[in-house]
Design a protein around this ligand. Structure first.
Ligand code: ATP
Length: 346
């Protein structure tokens, strides 16, 4: 959506929600592109808190080329990130709008996930400036973009960790249940599961909580069958927030129900950190440039997206409301071909 074109002098920039590897690359790209077009970038710290809380508002500053030197390879975010519950209240949104107006910001670029973009849309109701989202979340759960910044690195981190677990699992001929991040989406779980040749992938796409009892029985049978057929490791990769009580509970239940000994491993925040892989650095860099160009073109209410490898814009509303499903081909291949073969492999 394009607003009346005006000369842009100051862009506000913040990172919000869970940090994702590649956020720094995106910050760098926005600052470099804005410098090219003679626009100042004002960095706000600690997510939306930087617009709402005085102690953080006072830390906002113009980002120089020096500030973004040597950060492309760093995980985390130099602007810090945070949740900001005050944005859920009218008074918080009003304070954020006031800050932007007082600092003469023409456009706000937010690097974050669906929650951050919901906040951006709420802010748009109270503030006249342009709002642009850059998808930065390991969860890859924003619609109409092929990938989000951070997803590829998180998948690689999961793969590296499970490859190591596999060595131990092989050596001890053990069953491991590895829990992966992703909030309520299975993109990380399915992609990591496939890439690690997990014997089982348990995610939102192939399981729902009301079937826990029958799934427990099925899992126990399949593990026992695999153990009879061969000696070796057995890895179940599962999504967080899926099984009541998570991987630890499932380990207990398999022991109690069928006497199967297994070990839980919750990868947790390790997946959010680390140096971004090439794909995330390049995606973030392309998106940062595109975001600045979108501001200059007068766009507002949009998210920068990658579609079939090309940069484009989509409405923020569609990015957060349409949902993004794991490829059915991926789910089908894992569920109906690879997993079945793994059960019978000798
Ligand atoms: P990730 O999924 O990677 O954690 P996210 O952007 O979805 O990223 P959230 O914690 O859901 O992370 O949201 C980040 C922030 O966005 C919240 O702390 C809050 O400040 C703001 N926000 C979220 N939902 C709303 C809302 N409904 N209205 C206003 N602001 C919101």
């Amino acid at each position: 959506m394009t607003s009346a074109t005006k000369q842009v002098k100051r862009i506000g920039l913040l990172t919000s929600g869970g940090d994702a590897p590649g956020m720094n690359a995106a910050i760098r790209s926005v600052v470099l592109a804005a410098h090219h077009y003679h626009i100042d970038v004002i960095g706000f710290v600690h997510g939306y808190n930087g617009l709402v809380l005085e102690e953080y508002i006072s830390q906002s500053k113009t980002l120089t080329l020096n500030d973004v030197n040597s950060i492309i390879h760093q995980g985390g975010t130099i602007l810090k990130s945070a949740r900001c519950p005050m944005m859920l209240e009218r008074s918080g949104l009003e304070q954020a709008a006031n800050t932007l107006t007082e600092q003469a910001i023409d456009a706000l670029i937010v690097i974050g996930g669906d929650g951050s973009f919901t906040g951006l849309l709420a802010l748009q109701q109270l503030w006249q400036g342009q709002v642009i989202g850059v998808p930065g979340t390991i969860d890859n759960d924003l619609a109409n973009t092929d990938f989000t910044i951070g997803f590829s690195t998180a998948v690689n981190t999961g793969i590296e960790a499970i490859d190591k677990i596999r060595d131990t699992a092989d050596a001890f001929e053990r069953v491991f249940i590895v829990e992966l991040m992703g909030r309520h989406s299975g993109h990380i779980t399915f992609n990591v599961g496939i890439a690690c040749a997990a014997e089982q992938v348990l995610s939102f796409e192939n399981f729902s909580q009301e079937n826990e009892a029958s799934k427990l029985k099925q899992l126990a049978e399949e593990i026992q069958q695999a153990q009879q057929n061969r000696h070796g490791s057995y890895i179940i990769v599962m999504a967080e927030n899926l099984w009541s009580g998570g991987a630890t509970k499932l380990v207990e239940q398999l022991q109690t129900f069928a006497g199967i000994e297994c070990t839980a491993c919750v990868l947790g925040h390790i997946q959010r950190g680390g140096s971004p892989v090439a794909k995330d650095r390049i995606l973030a860099t392309k998106m940062g440039v595109c975001a600045v160009q979108a501001v200059i073109a007068g766009e507002t209410g949009i998210m920068i997206a990658e579609q079939q490898g090309a940069m484009s814009h989509v409405l923020l509303t569609s990015a957060i409301s349409e949902g993004k499903h794991v490829s059915s081909q991926l789910v089908d291949a894992q569920q109906n071909i690879l997993a079945l073969s793994a059960q019978t492999h000798c």
